[in-house]
Design a protein around this ligand. Sequence first.
Ligand code: ADP
Ligand code: MG
Length: 339
Amino acid sequence: MGKINVLDRQVANLIAAGEVVDRPMSVAKELTENAIDAGATSITVEIRHGGASYLRVTDNGVGMERDDVPRAFLRHATSKVRTEEDLTRIGTLGFRGEALAAIAAVSKVAVMTRQSGQTEGTLYRIEGGEELELAPAGCPDGTTVTVRDLFFNTPARMKFLKKDATESATIAALMDKFALSHPEIAFCFIRDGRPALQTTGDGDLSAVVFEVYGRDSSKKMLEVRYEHEGIRVSGFVGAPLAARPNRNLQNFFLNGRMVKAKTFTYALEEAFQNRIMTERYPICALAVELDTALVDVNVHPTKLEVKFANERRVYEAVYFAVCAALDARGERDAFELPQ
Ligand code: ADP
Ligand code: MG
């Protein structure tokens, strides 16, 4: 007899969960992405105690039919991708079909969901990957997912949780990014019973920038609107005076997805060269849009990294877009000292 086991589903899910869900922020991110993919125009994220004990996302999106709810919690179960071909043109935020399975493997989840036009909704409960309940329930249109006791069955993971204040600050920063990347959605973020961020969803990005960056910084923001070889760059970039000692307020979105891409950072900072002091970094909220076939978002389970078919073109689009915004304000050679 050989000594190799094929792991059962539960153990395999636990292992895989570690890649997708490493802290409460990742749960908030995955659930909010699902809400956006479901076409929601209003999304509320509520957390208590840093999100590990309680995290709830409510949306008014399309909802799920009853049979689909348990299926959504299987690994590699998704309504967003069918064929290999689909993977080359991903237009949704989710596509891996992993998030719900991963979250349910390491927490206690309850889902309430109803599709519009259905007379009744569905309640589903699953804890540590174990199905507990699937039943009819009265609920509004859309979906509410409640996640309790994250990592209750993985003590090693639990130990790595930071203080509640740190975890909730990370989720607050995440919600800022969602609001900035989707001004057409009304976001409400409630932290320990108090509203911490609220946007109207009227599509006005400058109002969201004001909400997120505050009055002082948003007064120093310059509008960016640029197109270069089929790549569109829009949003706001802070004037040199708004520069910060770190890159925390550099927000880049690619086709509506928050991403970390060195290409964007380099292009932005290159455009600012000689305009700000060393060790000061420009701030921005920039949306880059290009043909989904020219970018690969399937690089890592957290979906933050991307690969471009033509890196140079993307770099130039961002660089020229930012230069144009700065030039329009007559800042070309200005070198402003921080106050
Ligand atoms: P993915 O987002 O990669 O498809 P998930 O595990 O996050 O994988 O979700 C699995 C499926 O469950 C989704 O493809 C979608 O069909 C359904 N789903 C999840 N969340 C929602 C929601 N808030 N509203 C409607 N459907 C949802
Ligand atoms: Mg998803």
